[in-house]
Design a binder for this molecule. Structure first.
Ligand code: ATP
Ligand code: MG
Length: 349
């Protein structure tokens, strides 16, 4: 094994391993390598639901992603492998709307549940989460993310053909509604009725193409702006989910790095303003109310659901978030500013 000087990756897969030969065959079927070529495959850090690697081919580096039947989390959590295809389909559609906002798809291999995409060199494409961790929290960047998201939602809203193409209800249930909301309901019996109702309501809304995982760890800060990755949870449904999911991360980052609390809240405000400004398929007030409710539920799920935030380690932070989320779940806000103002007040306690 050799060390890769450029990206800090330390070991590539042994070519004889079953994973390497599986991916090698996939690259051949996608016609991305020559018959006599054995590219080095470098696993990337961070994949929870997939194997994700850099392949150094004769034609240059590319990124290959293969769905895993079981997610690498502590609690049992399985998800349909067709989510790999859902991701490719989302990426291709998003590229038609905003070509610079997604990596170029280079090929798809259904039999190995994998696809290949353009390699985005980490030196010029840092992960937004890492920037936020380091206190680099720029409202203008959050505004760009919101703008991209609402542009995709607006371009795909009320389109029955897309609703049919992305009818990944089972995926979305397995990856989001069940592990986040149903699992949380089991730990909070007094919130169970509200959460069950939210699951039913959300599952029934078919309004636009949802990404499903708008998290800072899935967003790269590229030279031309944000690049959205990891669309495995793509689903034609309630776009409020995407906004709420991202806003949850901006609030919880305050607990991770309390010194930047106000900067994260400025990002939150910039996101809200730019997202709501672009809503043209329904009254902005209607979606804002749904975002408020989903945000409260997602916040609670990030403590007590199947995918707790890894940086929320202290009992004090967990209790703080739990109490805050339960309050807004049981007494829903209709405006996001109510939630951010309350969170801001918490900073000064
Ligand atoms: N096209 C790409 N070029 C370079 N790096 C990439 C590319 N796509 C993804 N990555 C890197 O790999 C990481 C994981 O990618 P992705 O989120 O798609 O995989 P995942 O298995 O679904 O991860 P997780 O379950 O942890 O969200 C990203 O955070 C990014 O650092
Ligand atoms: Mg990811």
């Amino acid at each position: 094994m050799t060390a890769d000087q450029h990206s800090g990756l330390t070991s590539h897969l042994t070519p004889e391993s079953s994973q390497a030969s599986d991916l090698h065959r996939a690259l051949l079927r996608m016609r991305l390598i020559d018959a006599d070529e054995t590219p080095a495959l470098w696993p990337l850090a961070g994949g929870v639901s997939s194997n994700i690697l850099r392949a150094d081919t004769r034609g240059g580096a590319l990124c290959i992603k293969q769905a895993l039947p079981e997610l690498k989390v502590a609690t049992h959590w399985s998800a349909p492998l067709e989510r790999n295809h859902a991701e490719v389909a989302w990426m291709k559609l998003a590229a038609e709307i905003l070509p610079d906002a997604v990596p170029v798809i280079l090929g798809e291999d259904g039999s190995s549940h994998s696809f290949a995409m353009q390699w985005l060199d980490p030196e010029h494409h840092p992960v937004w989460k890492a920037q936020l961790r380091d206190g680099v929290a720029m409202p203008a960047f959050a505004a760009q993310v919101a703008h991209q998201l609402v542009t995709i939602h607006a371009a795909t809203a009320n389109q029955p053909a897309l609703a049919q193409q992305f009818a990944y209800d089972q995926n979305f249930f397995a990856l989001r509604l069940d592990p986040y909301f149903a699992a949380t309901a089991k730990k909070h019996p007094d919130c169970a009725a509200v959460l069950e109702k939210l699951i039913a309501q959300t599952a029934n809304i078919k309004r636009a193409l949802v990404h499903g995982d708008i998290s800072p760890k899935n967003i790269l800060a590229g030279p031309k702006g944000p690049i959205l990755l990891d669309a495995e949870c793509a689903w034609y449904g309630d776009p409020a989910f995407d906004a709420a999911f991202c806003l949850c991360h901006l609030l919880t980052k305050c607990l991770w790095r309390p010194l930047s609390w106000n900067n994260y809240l400025s990002c939150f405000d910039a996101f809200v303003e730019n997202y709501l400004k672009g809503v043209n398929w329904e009254p902005a007030a209607a979606i804002e109310a749904r975002i408020c409710k989903l945000l409260a539920a997602i916040l609670l799920a990030r403590v007590d659901g199947k995918s707790p935030l890894e940086y929320l380690t202290s009992q004090e932070d967990q209790d703080h978030l739990r109490q805050f989320a339960r309050h807004w779940l049981l007494q829903p806000a209709t405006q996001l500013v109510q939630i951010s103002a309350a969170w801001k007040k918490d900073a000064t306690l």
